[in-house]
Design a protein around this ligand. Sequence first.
Ligand SMILES: Cc1cc2nc3c(=O)[nH]c(=O)nc-3n(C[C@H](O)[C@H](O)[C@H](O)COP(=O)(O)OP(=O)(O)OC[C@H]3O[C@@H](n4cnc5c(N)ncnc54)[C@H](O)[C@@H]3O)c2cc1C
Length: 403
Amino acid sequence: MAPNDGFDHDILILGGGLVGSSLACALDGSAWRVAQVEASAAQEGAPGFDERKLALALASLNALQALDVLPRLATAPVPIRRIHVSRAGDFGAVRLAAADHGREAFGGVVLARELGQALESRVASASGLVRYRPATVLSVQPHADGPVVELQQAGETRRLRTRLLVAADGTRSMARDAFGIASDEHDYGQTLVICSLATDRAPDGTAYERFTDEGPVALLPMAGGHYGAICGVARADAARVLALGDSDYADYFQRRFGWRAGRVLRAGARSGYPIVRRVAERITAPRCVLMGNAAQTIHPIGAQGFNLGLRDALSLAEVLAGDDPGAPALLAAYAARRREDRERTLAFSDGMARATANGSFPMHVLRSLGLLALGHVPGLADPLVSGAMGFRGQVPALSRGRA
Ligand SMILES: Cc1cc2nc3c(=O)[nH]c(=O)nc-3n(C[C@H](O)[C@H](O)[C@H](O)COP(=O)(O)OP(=O)(O)OC[C@H]3O[C@@H](n4cnc5c(N)ncnc54)[C@H](O)[C@@H]3O)c2cc1C
C-alpha cells in the first residue's frame, strides 16, 4: 500500500456495471488504492443500466441500504410480499408469503437503469477512487507479481500495474480469458422478452412465475400500478414475437400467462435478451478474482444474477485484509467463501430453467407433486425462502440488516 512501490493501484476493478460499481462502493473508505475502468461514459450509463426489472433479495436491499445506494434511487423498491409459482397444465402451485416467515417482504423490485444511476451517484462520491471512464481495456497481461492492464482513454494508451485485478467485465470477460480460466457455455435456445405491462388489477405485492412448455413467464410488481413482464420465447420465434404490435403482444402475453393477474390492458415497448449460461470453472487466478457475470452468467428466471454478484462483491470486500490484496491466502479465502452460495445458486437457477422446460410426462407428474409438497408441507419451502431472500451460504455482514 506504500506509494512508489511500482504499482499504480492496489485493486483495479475492470467493469463499472452493477457488480463492479457495487464493489467500488463496498471498498469506499478502505485504505486500499482502488481504481475502476469502464468503457461507457458516465452520462450514458453502463450497458446493463437498461429497462430490465430486477428483483432484489432482502439481503441485497439490506446491503444496498448500508452502502447508501438505496436512498439515491429515483423510485423506492416495490416490495415483493408474496411469490406465486405455477406451471401450465400442472395442478400444483407454490404460494409463499413473506409474513409466514416473519418478514414484511422477500425483497423488492427496481429498474436496472435507476439502480445504475443510484450506484453511479454513490460511486461518484467515493473518496480516493480513481476512475478511468470512458476507457477501454485493450489487453490484460497476467504476472505473478502484479497483472498489467493496457487501456485506451481519450486516444491515449496507458499501462497500469495492480496488486489485484477484479474482473467484473461481464459475460465475455477479457480478463477471464487472459488468465486462461475456461468457462462452460450452455445456450438455452430462448430469448427473454421484457416490457412494462398494465392489467385491470393493480399489483398487490405478488410476484408471479409461471412455467410453460414454451418457456417461463413472470410478472413483477412495479411502481405506478404497472408490472414488469418477462416472457421466455423459443429463439426461432423471437423475431416474430418482438415484431408484434402492442395489442397483439398484450393478447400473446395473456395467452401465455393466463388470467391470475387479471386482463392485460396495455404492453409497453419490448426488448429481447438471448439467454446463454456461462460459468467460469474457477473464480480466482494469481492476483485476479472474477465476480458477477464474468464469474457466472445465469438464466434470469430465478432472479439471482445480480443478487449473487453483489454477494461476490461484498464477500471480497470482507476478506480483504493485511497489506497485500492479491495474497494467495486472501484469494483462497474468497474462493472458499463463495463456494457454497455459488454452487447452490447455480444449481437452483439452472435446475429451474431446465426442469421446467422439459414437458415429458414423468417430469410433469413429479413437478406437480413437488410443487404441491412445497406449498403444503411445513419446512419444505424454507431453503427456497432463504434463497429468495438471499440468505445463502456465509451471509455477508452488510446483507444481514439491522437485528
Ligand atoms: C432480462 C434480465 C433480467 C434480469 N433480472 C434479474 C433479477 O431480477 N435479479 C437479479 O439479481 N439479476 C437479474 N438479472 C441479471 C443481472 O442483470 C446481471 O447479473 C448483472 O447485471 C451483471 O452485472 P455485471 O456488472 O456482473 O456485468 P455487466 O453488466 O455485463 O457489466 C460489465 C461491465 O464491464 C464493462 N466492460 C467490459 N469489457 C470492458 C473492457 N474491455 N474495457 C472497459 N470496460 C469493459 C462493460 O461496459 C460493462 O459495463 C437479469 C438479467 C437479464 C438479462
